[in-house]
Design a protein around this ligand. Structure first.
Ligand SMILES: NC(=O)c1ccc[n+]([C@@H]2O[C@H](COP(=O)([O-])OP(=O)(O)OC[C@H]3O[C@@H](n4cnc5c(N)ncnc54)[C@H](OP(=O)(O)O)[C@@H]3O)[C@@H](O)[C@H]2O)c1
Length: 425
């Protein structure tokens, strides 16, 4: 039987899950793959910390070299998180001839080019399935079975925390603050939720997925980003009445050499496949010229779902003779022929607070018309308060520039913008 000796960097939620999965699954791995996986050393910050997993204390170390420089360890699995020191440790592992499996989207999104170059120079593997969407095999899908496709569109619900918050706001009409506090109590949101609710987490993952989908490096800094902190229960309710569901979507589209990558709250028609992906679930919906529409859905986080992707990578890496890497030029900067645009075309949901007087509607319509933005539907929501009335518009497809120009043209004394949410279908 083949034995592979591995080291862990980190032993928190994901590391503990990987340990338990490897222990519980060992007899099946041995039977199916003729492989035994031995964990030799585990780097942590504090060896005396109480841990919920059954890792023996003698495996723990606070000395990175115990993992990175041990010649018996041929594969390093990283679940420390953060850009540094994780990236430095991963580079050292690769330079020392060890294959790397990582769950760290930040390290991959920001330093992928350095990690891939080190892996290729040292003829070892670099695997990161768990860095995007937990258990969903989207990296593998893009790397292998979808290679024959020209992918033009990819949209994902790729952050479970924000999807949980928006799903509850939508189901029960609760406020953002109330649901966030509850999610923190339930352990579904971090004590500092900013990376999730500001869309950073989704933007890291989108940068990785879009690069693989478009065979071109899509840098993290190219991703336009708006979080969910300003979303109101009122907008969710208005959207619902007009047939839409609100999601934090990660969207990537390619048209020739023009790419748009954006993360922002988005209304989707209620019958869109992504609209029924609720709670902490993740899903990626894409369109390729050969496969056509496709959606992958599953658990995007959690110790065991993430461990499922990590252990899958470990088993694969242990069994292959030749490691495969993306074939595009993986450099920090994107290829010169590509343009990243913030002037995309989409529909818009606009809620305004307008004074209750004759001629106001035509003034608003005039601002839209001046920029060639046409209105598809309109609704008055609620009654007059303080002489103002809430009006909601859904536009036909318009460019972002035209929409922003129309909104800038409105006189707030007559018609004040309350919210603008993009609408996809
Ligand atoms: N949690 C999820 O559901 C999930 C899902 C997909 C991907 N991921 C990714 O997986 C990674 C780990 O997430 P997690 O939730 O498992 O994090 P976590 O629970 O905070 O665990 C981090 C582990 O790394 C160790 N560590 C951190 N910094 C270190 C340093 N400078 N030196 C030595 N050890 C260090 C910690 O040591 P101590 O235990 O001693 O503190 C801990 O064991 C992140 O990149 C995350 O984005 C997580």
């Amino acid at each position: 039987m083949k034995e592979i000796v591995i080291g862990f960097l980190g032993c928190g939620n994901v590391g503990g899950g990987v340990w338990e999965l490897l222990q519980g699954f060992a007899p099946e791995i041995a039977h199916r793959d003729q492989l035994s996986v031995r964990v030799k050393k585990i780097l942590v910050r504090d060896v005396n910390k109480a841990r919920s997993c059954s890792v023996p204390r003698e495996l723990l170390t606070t000395v990175p070299e115990d993992v990175l420089c041990d010649p018996e360890i041929t594969l390093v699995a990283e679940f420390m998180g953060g850009e540094q020191p994780a990236t430095e440790y991963l580079l050292r592992a690769l330079q020392n001839g060890k294959t790397v499996v990582t769950a760290n989207k930040v390290a991959v999104a920001l330093n992928w080019h350095k990690l891939q170059a080190a892996a290729q120079a040292n003829h070892v593997g670099l695997y990161y399935e768990a860095s995007v969407c937990g258990a969903i095999p989207i990296i593998n899908a893009l790397m292998t079975p979808l290679q024959a496709n020209r992918i033009t569109k990819l949209m994902g619900i790729i952050n479970g925390t924000t999807n949980y918050i928006l799903s509850r706001m939508s189901a029960q009409g609760e406020s953002y603050d109330a649901v966030l506090q509850d999610a923190q109590k339930l352990g579904l949101a971090e004590p500092d939720p900013s990376s999730d609710v500001e869309g950073m987490d989704a933007a890291y993952k989108l940068s990785i997925m879009a690069s693989l989908a478009f065979h071109a490096r899509v840098p993290f800094k190219a991703v336009y980003r708006e979080g969910i902190t300003r979303v109101t229960a009122m907008d969710i309710a208005c959207g619902k009445e007009m047939g839409y569901v609100l999601k934090l979507l990660a969207i990537a589209k390619r048209d020739g050499n023009t790419i748009e990558v954006r993360v922002h709250p988005t209304f989707l028609p209620q019958n869109h496949p992504l609209s029924s992906v609720d709670g902490s679930f993740n899903a990626v919906y894409l369109h390729g010229h050969a496969c056509q529409e496709m959606m992958l859905q599953g658990r995007g986080a959690g110790d065991m779902p993430t461990a499922s992707a990590v252990v899958g990578d470990i088993l694969h890496a242990a069994m292959v003779d030749v490691h495969v890497h993306p074939t595009f030029a993986n450099q920090a900067e994107p290829a010169k022929e590509l343009t990243f645009t913030n002037n995309w075309t989409t529909k818009y949901y606009i809620r305004v607070s307008a004074i209750d007087a004759p001629g106001v509607l035509s003034a608003v319509a005039g601002c839209f018309a001046k920029e060639n933005v046409s209105i598809a539907s309109m609704m008055q929501k609620g009654s007059v308060e303080d002489g103002r009335v809430p009006l909601v518009f859904i536009t036909h497809a318009a460019s972002e520039q035209a929409m922003q120009a129309a909104l800038a043209d409105m006189d707030p004394a007559v018609c004040r913008l309350e919210s603008m949410i993009r609408v996809e279908d």
